[in-house]
Design a protein around this ligand. Structure first.
Ligand code: ANZ
Ligand code: ZN
Length: 805
C-alpha cells in the first residue's frame, strides 16, 4: 500500500493489462448489442496532439464507457486523416517528404492517444493515406461519377496564391485561406465537382428529425440557405434576349428602376452596346478577380457600369437600364437582379451613386415619404398601378399571379449551397481515378484498376502552373484509354481530404477488408453511428459532406439508411486565458507535459471539470492540482479505510449513495460532465466523513469514477479485492426511494418569529414535530409557559406556534 497515487506505475500496468485482455476490442461480427461511439479522427500534425483534442476525445470516451456499463458492446475506433494540404504544407516547410513525415507523426499520435486512457479499439484503425483505404475513396468517386454526381466544370474558384491550390468555399470563408490565412483570389479553372446541390432539400428536411445539437443543425440550415422567391423575366429592348431575375420581394416589382447582371453573367457580352463595350469589358475583368466575400461586403462602395441596354419591366411595361455590378454574384439565384432602391439598401446606395431614380412602392401608412434609408418592412403598396392599396403580402400574391398568367413569372426555390469542389492541384491526396482520352472524353479507371496509387514524387512542391505536381511525372500521366485502348492522359488532380473523411465512419467496422469498402452485414449491424461527438467547427464542412455521401450511397443501393449519425453532439471550445488556442497565438497547450507530471486521469478530470462539456472552458482558469487532489483523496479513502461491512444500513449513508448515483447517471446521459464530477467529489467527501466504511460504497464510487479516471479506478478496483476488469462492471443502480432525503430541517416559529430549527424525519406529522420542538430547550424557553392557541404547519418546512389571537 502506497501513501500516494503513482500514476506512472498504474498507467504502465493498465495499458498493458487492457491490451493483453483485448479489453477495448469489439468482436464486430458477434457483438449482440452494438453501440458505435465515434470521435472525429485527427490529422496527424508534427506538433502532436493538442490539449483541445484530449478534451474532445475524453468527453466522447466517458460517454463510451458509460454506455458500455449499460451492457452495450461499445465500439470506439480511431484513425488518421493524414492526407491533405495541412500535412503537405508542413512537409514543404521542413523539407521532408510527406511519405516519410506522415508515418512519423502518425506513430507519435498513436503513442499519445494510448496514454490518454481512451477505450480505443486499435484493431480497427484506419489511415486515409493507406492504399487499402484510398482504394475505396477512389471507388466512391467512381460511384458518384457513374451516377452523374461527379462532373468537371469550368468555374470561378477560390485560389490560394500561397498554397497554390483551389479551395472549397467552406475553406475560404471570410476571404482567407483556412490553412494559411492568405487572401483568396478568384480564378476561372476546370475542376471536379460533386453535385451536393442535388440533395439540398433532403439535407435540409432531414435536419427536422436527426437528433443533433441545435447549434449544429442551425449552422447546416444556414449553409444550405433555402430561399423561396420568384423568377421574373424581363425582355431586353431591341434584342431577343431575356433577363431572368430571382427575387424574394415580388411585391416591389413596380419599384424596380434598373436591373443588374453579375459581371460573369453570360448575357453581359451579348447585350452590351458597342459604345459601352470597352468600359464594360474592363469592369468585368477587374471584378472577377475579387473574392466573393469582398463582393458581399455591404459597406463597400458600390461600383458598376451601364451596358447601354434596356429591358422591359413585365409588370408595368417600363424600360429600365441594365447595369453590371459586382455586388450581384453569379453563384446565387440567377446571377441577375431587379434593383429596387427604395426597399433594398444596397440598391439604394447604388442608385444614389449613379443617379438612378428611386421609386417607393411599399409604405407603412400608404403615404409616400422621404427615404433616408431603404424601407424593408411590410406595408401597403403605392405607385403600383392596379395593385396600389393592397397590403404588400396580398399584393405580392396578386402580382405573382398576374406575371405567371403572361408567362413572365414563376415561383422558385433557391439554395445558397454550392456543388462541392473536390479537386486539388496538389500532391498529397488520392489521385482522382479518371483517364482523359481525346476520343472518349473522361473515362473512369475500371474498378479492377484501383487503387490508382499515388506515385512517389521527389519534388512534390506546387509550381503555380495550376497543375498538380503529378502532371510533371510522365510515367504517371501516360495511360491507355480503358475504353478505346488509345493513348490517353491520367487525371493529375487529387481529391480533397474532406472526401477521405466523408466516409471514414463506414470503414471502421470493416477496416482491413480488401474486396469492398464496407461489408454489408457488419454495416447493417453498426451503422448509423449511435453517437458522434466532435467540434462545432466541422458543422458545415465534414458533417454536410458525410451526409451527402451517405445519401448518395443509399440511393445507389449500397446502404439502407441515409443519415450517417443518429446523434451528434458538439463539444465546446477549450480556450486558454480567454483566447482560442491557435498556433499563431502560440498558446497551444501540448498535453505531454501534463501527462508526465499529473497523469492521464488527472488531466481527464481537470479538462472535464473546467466547464460544461458542450460549452467548453478555459484551460488557464483553474489549477490542475484540484483534480489531482480529488484523485489522491480517492486513493486514500480506498487504500486506508477499514471496510467493516459489505452494505451500509444507515439511512443517511444510503441516501448519500443513492442520490449521488442518480445525479451522476442523469448527468452522464446529458454529457454534463462537470456537474457529475462535482457530485463525485461530494460523494467521496460524504463517505470519508462516515465513522464506518462499507465495501459497497467503495465499489460504487469506483464504478462511478471509472469513466472519468479509468487508470486509478482500475487500480483501486483491484485493491479492494476484485479480480475482473472494472470496465466490464455494470453501472450501479439506484433506488428512487433512497434518493430522497431521509430527514429534513423544519423552521420553528413562535408567534411568527423564527426561534429555531428542528431536524425531523421526512414527512413527520405536525404533532410529532411539535413534541420534538417543545422537548428542545432552545425552543421551549421562548414559550414562557404561554398557551398555544393555534398552529400553522407546512409539512417538511415550517411549524408556527401561535400564543395570541
Ligand atoms: C428585389 C428586391 C427588392 C430584393 C427588395 C430584396 C429587397 P435571399 O433572401 O438571400 O434569397 N439577390 C438575388 N440574387 C442575387 C445575387 N445573385 N447577388 C446578389 N443579390 C441577389 O435574397 C434574395 C434577394 O437578394 C433578392 O430579392 C435579390 O434582391 C437579391 F426590396 O429582389 B431582391
Ligand atoms: Zn478513348
Amino acid at each position: 500500500m502506497r501513501d500516494s497515487y503513482d500514476h506512472q506505475a498504474a498507467e504502465r500496468k493498465w495499458m498493458q493489462r487492457w491490451q493483453e485482455a483485448k479489453a477495448h476490442e469489439v468482436d464486430v461480427g458477434q457483438a449482440r448489442r452494438p453501440y458505435y461511439n465515434l470521435m472525429m479522427f485527427p490529422y496527424p500534425s508534427a506538433e502532436g496532439l493538442h490539449v483541445g483534442n484530449v478534451f474532445a476525445f475524453t468527453g466522447s470516451d466517458v460517454h463510451g464507457r458509460f454506455m458500455r456499463a449499460q451492457g452495450l458492446d461499445v465500439f470506439e475506433p480511431m484513425g488518421f486523416d493524414a492526407f491533405g494540404i495541412h500535412s503537405e504544407n508542413y512537409a514543404l516547410k521542413i523539407g521532408v517528404h510527406p511519405a516519410q513525415l506522415v508515418p512519423r507523426n502518425t506513430a507519435a499520435f498513436r503513442g499519445q492517444l494510448r496514454r490518454m486512457g481512451l477505450m480505443l479499439d486499435w484493431s480497427h484503425e484506419v489511415d486515409t493515406t493507406d492504399p487499402g483505404y484510398y482504394h475505396w475513396t477512389q471507388w466512391l468517386f467512381l460511384q458518384l461519377f457513374r451516377a452523374g454526381l461527379a462532373y468537371q466544370g469550368e468555374a470561378p474558384v477560390n485560389w490560394c496564391p500561397s498554397c497554390k491550390t483551389v479551395l472549397a468555399d467552406e475553406q475560404a470563408e471570410g476571404g482567407a485561406c483556412e490553412r494559411c490565412q492568405s487572401v483568396i483570389e478568384r480564378r476561372q479553372m476546370r475542376q471536379w465537382f460533386l453535385r451536393i446541390t442535388a440533395y439540398a432539400q433532403r439535407l435540409l428536411d432531414n435536419l427536422d428529425w436527426v437528433d443533433w445539437s441545435d447549434v449544429t443543425k442551425q449552422a447546416q440550415r444556414n449553409w444550405i440557405g433555402r430561399s423561396e422567391g420568384v423568377e421574373i423575366t424581363f425582355p431586353v429592348v431591341d434584342s431577343d434576349a431575356t433577363i431572368t431575375v430571382f427575387t424574394t420581394r415580388p411585391d416591389t416589382v413596380w419599384g424596380a428602376t434598373y436591373l443588374v447582371l453579375a459581371p460573369e453573367h453570360p448575357l453581359v457580352a451579348r447585350i452590351t452596346t458597342a459604345a459601352e463595350r470597352t468600359e464594360v469589358g474592363n469592369y468585368v475583368q477587374q471584378s472577377t478577380l475579387l473574392p466573393t466575400i469582398a463582393r458581399e461586403e455591404l459597406a463597400r462602395e458600390k461600383t458598376g457600369v451601364f451596358t447601354g441596354a434596356y429591358a422591359l419591366n413585365p409588370a408595368n411595361g417600363e424600360a429600365v437600364p441594365v447595369w453590371v455590378a459586382d455586388y450581384v454574384l453569379m453563384g446565387y439565384g440567377t446571377g441577375a437582379i431587379m434593383a429596387v432602391p427604395a426597399h433594398d439598401q444596397r440598391d439604394l446606395e447604388f442608385a444614389r451613386a449613379f443617379g438612378i431614380p428611386v421609386r417607393q412602392v411599399v409604405s407603412p401608412d400608404g403615404r409616400e415619404h422621404h427615404l433616408a434609408e431603404a424601407y424593408v418592412g411590410e406595408g401597403v403598396l403605392i405607385n403600383s398601378g392596379p395593385f396600389t392599396g393592397r397590403t404588400s403580402i396580398e399584393g405580392a400574391k396578386a402580382i405573382v399571379e398576374a406575371l405567371a398568367a403572361t408567362g413572365r413569372g414563376r415561383r422558385a426555390v433557391r439554395f445558397r449551397l454550392h456543388d462541392w469542389c473536390i479537386s486539388r492541384q496538389r500532391y498529397w491526396g488520392p489521385p482522382i481515378p479518371i483517364i482523359h482520352c481525346d476520343a472518349c472524353g473522361a473515362v473512369p479507371v475500371p474498378e479492377e484498376g484501383l487503387p490508382v496509387v499515388l506515385p512517389y514524387v521527389e519534388d512534390f512542391a506546387p509550381d503555380g502552373s495550376g497543375l498538380s505536381p503529378l502532371a510533371r511525372d510522365e510515367a504517371f500521366v501516360h495511360a491507355r484509354c480503358p475504353s478505346c485502348g488509345g493513348p490517353a492522359r491520367r487525371e493529375t488532380d487529387v481529391s480533397d481530404n474532406f472526401l477521405d473523411s466523408a466516409w471514414f465512419f463506414l470503414r471502421y467496422p470493416s477496416a482491413g477488408l480488401s474486396d469492398a469498402p464496407f461489408g454489408p452485414a457488419v454495416t447493417e449491424k453498426w451503422l448509423p453511428v449511435d453517437m458522434y461527438i466532435g467540434g462545432q467547427e466541422h458543422a458545415v464542412l465534414h458533417l454536410m459532406y458525410s451526409r451527402f455521401v451517405t445519401m448518395a450511397l443509399k440511393d445507389l443501393g449500397y446502404l439502407s439508411f441515409e443519415e450517417p449519425f443518429r446523434h451528434f453532439r458538439a463539444h465546446g471550445l477549450l480556450i486558454e486565458d480567454g483566447a482560442k488556442m491557435s498556433k499563431s497565438r502560440g498558446n497551444v497547450v501540448n498535453p505531454d507535459e501534463y501527462l508526465d507530471i499529473w497523469g492521464a486521469d488527472t488531466l481527464r478530470v481537470h479538462l472535464l471539470f473546467l466547464g460544461p462539456y458542450q460549452e467548453g472552458g478555459d484551460f488557464g482558469d483553474t489549477d490542475i492540482i484540484g483534480a489531482r487532489r480529488f484523485l489522491e483523496r480517492l486513493w486514500r479513502y480506498i487504500t486506508t479505510s477499514e471496510f467493516s461491512s459489505d452494505c451500509p444500513a444507515d439511512p443517511e449513508v444510503l441516501n448519500l449513495l443513492h442520490s449521488k448515483i442518480k445525479k451522476v447517471t442523469q448527468d452522464l446521459r446529458e454529457l454534463r460532465y462537470n456537474t457529475a464530477i462535482a457530485a463525485l467529489m461530494e460523494l467521496l467527501n460524504g463517505l470519508m466523513g462516515q465513522r464506518q466504511h462499507h465495501r459497497e460504497c467503495a465499489q460504487t464510487l469506483l464504478k462511478l469514477v471509472g469513466p472519468f479516471a479509468p487508470f486509478i479506478a482500475h487500480e483501486l478496483w483491484e485493491q479492494v479485492g476484485e479480480t475482473g476488469l472494472l470496465v466490464d462492471q455494470p453501472w450501479p443502480q439506484y433506488d428512487e426511494a433512497l434518493t430522497r432525503p431521509q430527514s429534513v430541517e423544519i423552521v420553528i416559529q413562535i408567534d411568527g418569529r423564527t426561534r429555531g430549527r428542528q431536524r425531523v424525519p421526512m414527512g413527520a406529522a405536525r404533532a410529532d414535530v411539535e413534541r420534538m420542538a417543545l422537548e428542545s430547550a432552545d425552543i421551549g424557553k421562548w414559550l414562557h409557559g404561554r398557551q398555544i392557541m393555534r398552529r400553522v404547519f407546512v409539512p417538511n418546512r415550517l411549524l408556527n406556534l401561535v400564543t395570541r389571537d
